[in-house]
Design a protein around this ligand. Structure first.
Ligand SMILES: C[S@@+](CC[C@H](N)C(=O)[O-])C[C@H]1O[C@@H](n2cnc3c(N)ncnc32)[C@H](O)[C@@H]1O
Length: 279
């Protein structure tokens, strides 16, 4: 069977799952990422005492933030299909004062091992972009949310990547070429409000946020280096062209002229009271 080009689809089938957990931690502590993640959690909003589910929890960056928000009377459950991610998340959570309020399960978002209506909120942060059937996942999230509770999803949109580079044509070929090869729907972010409405959620609101970097910090550097490597793997450019492209970026950084931005879209919907009776 040919492996799917998106490694986040099957982390445990990759050569270095621990490195992938590490990359989520690096992204998680990048200041612009901290800001846009927490801004989204306030937008949902998540409140003290709530029971919250995070689908596709990875190394637990969001679960740890959620535990702080729900506090000692709340509960957060992190679910991920990758056993190695869940193990890493559990280990990383040990240093958190509210680790006793966190639970972890290995499961796919398309088949959640919870009773209907168990949670006040169900969230998926930078997950739907990677799944084969996002609608099935959001439908499950809505099922396990109580009537009146919230379903919140946040995703990058790779149709919005902006980067300074002297070679615009090569930049476009690499960035769009890789994104369209790797993801079923590279425009995942902008489609989230429609997705929530499709599964019957109401009062859908949208929060658009922008990731910004001007120094090629570690998260952005890894992101762009992976794009260049994948462009070679997918046959979009040859290795010298990919290297030339990376060199062009580092030249801009040296001159202080580097800019990388891309949009994150966060959508939140409310589960209607009638939905539970209709099922
Ligand atoms: C980019 S990571 C995001 C992790 C975390 N939400 C964060 O923001 O740090 C994507 C996660 O989605 C998980 N994932 C992939 N397919 C999934 C599915 N069908 N259901 C639930 N999670 C899935 C992956 O295992 C991975 O941990």
């Amino acid at each position: 069977m040919i492996a799917h080009p998106d490694p986040w689809r099957n982390i445990d089938g990759q050569a270095k799952p621990a490195q992938m957990a590490q990359s989520l931690e690096v992204r998680g502590r990048t200041p612009s990422q901290v800001r846009l993640r927490r801004r989204f959690l306030r937008f949902v909003p998540v409140r003290a005492g709530q029971r919250v589910l995070e689908v596709g929890c990875g190394s637990g960056v969001v679960v740890r933030d959620l535990a702080t928000l729900v506090g000692p009377r709340g509960e957060v459950v992190g679910v991920d299909p990758s056993r190695s991610m869940v193990d890493a998340a559990r280990a990383l959570a040990r240093a958190h004062a509210l680790r006793g309020r966190m639970r972890w399960r290995v499961a796919s978002g398309a088949s959640l091992p919870f009773a209907s209506g168990r949670f006040d909120a169900a969230l998926a942060i930078t997950v739907l972009l990677h799944v084969a059937d996002p609608e099935a996942v959001v439908r499950e999230m809505a099922r396990v949310t109580r009537p009146g509770g919230r379903v919140g999803v946040q995703d990058q949109d790779f149709g919005t990547v902006v980067v300074t580079h002297p070679d615009r044509t090569l930049t476009e070929r690499i960035l769009w070429g890789v994104a369209s090869h790797m993801y079923e729907e590279p425009h995942s972010g902008r489609r989230l409000p429609a997705l929530l409405r499709t599964v019957g959620l109401e009062d859908v609101r949208l929060l658009t946020d922008v990731f910004q970097d001007t120094t090629l910090e570690p998260f952005a550097k890894t992101f762009l280096e992976r794009r260049a490597a994948n462009a070679v793997t997918f046959g979009i450019v040859d290795a010298p062209a990919a290297q030339r492209w990376l060199d062009g970026l580092t030249g801009l950084v040296a001159r202080g002229d580097f800019v990388l931005t891309f949009n994150y879209y966060g959508a939140v919907g409310v589960k209607p009271a009638a939905a539970s009776r209709r099922r």
